[in-house]
Design a protein around this ligand. Sequence first.
Ligand code: COI
Length: 359
Amino acid sequence: MLKNELDVSLSKAETLKEKPDQDNLGFGQYFTDHMFVMKWSREQGWHDAEIRPYEDFHIAPAAMVFHYGQAIFEGLKAYRGKDGAILLFRPEDNLKRLNNSAVRMCMPRIPVSKVLQAMKGLVYLDRDWIPEGEGAALYIRPTMVATEGALGLRPSSEYLFFIIKSPVGAYYAEGFSPTRIYVEDKYVRAVPGGVGEAKTAGNYAASVKALTEAQQKGYTQVLWLDALEHKYVEEVGTSNIFFVINDELITPPLGGTILAGITRDSVLQLARDWGIAVDERRITIDEVIAAAEDGTLTEAFGAGTAAVISPVGEFGYQGKTIMINNGKTGALSQRLFDGIQALQRGMMQDEHNWLVRVA
Ligand code: COI
């Protein structure tokens, strides 16, 4: 077999798991019956691709991922659309972004169209797990980890790529209700020249301390500021951040420290389609606060695959509380939330060919 050619074998689970209560899915707590797995080695490239029952891996304690953290992942969702259609939203963009992360982390790239093909087969096989409720979806988690058992620091010569799936409801306990966000001025998420734009596990591990401390103070998430000056706004929790100031939609530009969110890109495109002025520019926390105080900042929200659109009701910064739109969901946040959900479920014209039909 040629390198990068995928011949996917299938072994089905003998017994299927009981499905969870659709009204209490939470996020990422249940896993479907099957997963996709393939291996990479320097000699063979990608090989042993298979769809098989969801089960534990057998991995060496010396596997490099456990010691030096060569791990990257993606997040996307499968939706139940009209007439029972099964739809994926921009899946190629996720797989291409995984390859960008792979390059940054010295890991091998995956063959995008072959993996997409396998993903579609996997989703179809577990189609009864796609929840139907409003806001619910089947979350898909493609992941790659370094598996060579060795302790010298260098790129691993072996990797495992897998795709698991989880039926999910809203990411935050608040659902779509406005969140309380702590403006983090001590810990940072990403430094210029670092790995901030890669979707690598270490970025998430490094963020947990700030999240935990913010939650202890009663906040849902943190707003990250830049690492050099603690001045420019970067991301909110695990999502990209947007502000509406003087009716203009503003988000920080991608510059190496910010994840190139696919929901971020979709929000920008939809806003442009709707004739809304859009600006990708650096914005300081002082400008955000001044605009909130003089009433020109009317909305703030996060955008990400897991959280979709998550309105911000208030920011807490250096002991001050800054209310946004009196703590209520703004009109554009609501329109984007409704629009993106409708689009993802095939209930709105798909002008940009973002949907991929599984069945
Ligand atoms: C996503 O939004 O899909 C993410 O990867 C964030 C994760 C922490 C759930």
